[in-house]
Write a protein that binds this ligand. Structure first.
Ligand SMILES: CCCCCCCCC/C=C/C(=O)SCCNC(=O)CCNC(=O)[C@H](O)C(C)(C)COP(=O)(O)OP(=O)(O)OC[C@H]1O[C@@H](n2cnc3c(N)ncnc32)[C@H](O)[C@@H]1OP(=O)(O)O
Ligand SMILES: NC(=O)C1=CN([C@@H]2O[C@H](COP(=O)(O)OP(=O)(O)OC[C@H]3O[C@@H](n4cnc5c(N)ncnc54)[C@H](OP(=O)(O)O)[C@@H]3O)[C@@H](O)[C@H]2O)C=CC1
Length: 268
């Protein structure tokens, strides 16, 4: 059961990573494949998915891709079933796909609200439901939902995303209890500001915005997709076999760091 951490930790297992063509999803898919597992990456655009597959194959790993919009439950079911049938099983689902933009609450149109809720909350449910049917049949499986700390503390400018991530957190905790007796674990990972093209474009598109985000991180730096993927690998591995319904926050102290005193003030 508890395999040692090593390059064959995930051998013989298969994972599906949504949003696996870019950023945190790509790094997580690569980390899984580096552990010897097969990975299917899912997203809307074929080109970045293909690039992830090529990177994994060039490193000696095993991967394939499926183009699919997580907002379409029928397409999701087909994609998940195909991935599970091709590999003969489905051990892990990482719900990483997301859409986001910064807008004042009064300026978020009904269509903008719906797009983010549909991708983040509904899409996560569609993928989880489709994957869980295989996992519950097998009697084992692990689902990891990528959220953000504003799921519990809120965040001006991203009310749609915060609401969607909060829904994902509540869903995770609910299903963790429902499915624990049947061998399926669900957890959340809450990264802090992570250098990805998607997040940079959506959330800190200017130098000034980037500096403001950076100033909010007590650790004084952004994190990388690879560093986040390392925590993801832990939560989806057997090393975390007794952890379910939890959130692992990987944010350099960002959400706790709301104190008034600076380092200098504390030391004087
Ligand atoms: C700061 C924190 C640091 C703090 C710390 C860090 C915590 C960060 C946590 C989370 C980070 C992330 O999620 S980063 C992930 C970022 N990655 C992405 O966003 C990639 C995927 N994004 C997308 O696909 C798009 O951006 C998205 C809009 C969500 C969906 O695209 P679609 O093609 O489906 O939709 P569209 O047709 O383009 O648009 C749908 C509606 O949304 C509206 N819309 C689109 N962009 C808009 C915008 N910028 N402002 C207003 N409204 C917008 C359109 O007008 C439409 O409304 P109507 O005209 O009314 O119909
Ligand atoms: N970067 C950061 O600072 C933080 C990120 N996060 C979370 O981490 C996760 C990854 O973010 P990050 O790597 O930064 O961002 P990216 O923009 O790189 O990743 C988003 C991915 O989701 C895919 N996607 C978007 N919409 C859909 C859809 N409708 N159907 C299928 N796939 C879709 C995109 O591919 P395509 O467009 O081809 O569909 C893309 O690969 C997200 O859940 C995000 O909320 C959380 C906290 C901080």
């Amino acid at each position: 059961m508890n395999k040692e951490v090593g390059s064959d930790e995930f051998t013989g297992r298969t994972a599906l990573v949504t949003g696996g063509g870019t950023g945190i999803g790509r790094a997580t898919a690569r980390r899984w494949a580096a552990g010897g597992g097969h990975v299917t990456v899912l997203g809307r655009r074929e080109e970045p998915l293909r690039a992830t597959v090529e990177l994994i194959e060039a490193a000696g790993g095993s991967a394939d891709a499926v183009a699919c919009d997580v907002r379409d439950p029928a397409a999701v079911e087909t994609a998940v079933d195909r991935a599970a049938e091709r590999a003969g099983r489905l051990d892990v689902l990482v719900n990483n796909a997301a859409g986001n933009f910064v807008a004042a609450g009064e300026d978020i149109s009904p269509g903008g609200w719906k797009a983010v809720i549909d991708i983040v909350l509904n899409g996560t449910f569609h993928c989880t439901r489709a994957a869980a049917r295989h996992m519950l049949d097998q009697g084992s499986g692990s689902v990891l939902n990528v959220i953000a700390s504003y799921a519990w503390h809120g965040h001006p400018g991203t009310a749609h995303s915060a609401a969607a991530k909060a829904g994902v957190l509540a869903m995770t905790r609910s299903l963790a209890v429902e499915w624990a007796p049947r061998g399926v674990r669900l957890n959340c990972l809450a990264p802090g500001p992570t250098e990805t093209e998607g997040a940079s474009a959506a959330l800190w598109p200017t130098e000034a915005a980037r500096a403001r985000v950076l100033a909010s991180v007590p650790a004084g730096r952004f994190t990388t997709p690879e560093e986040v993927a390392e925590s993801a690998a832990f939560l989806i591995s057997d090393r975390a076999a007794y952890i379910t319904g939890e959130v692992l926050t990987v944010d350099g102290g960002q959400w706790l760091g709301k104190s008034v005193y600076t380092d200098e003030r504390v030391r004087t």
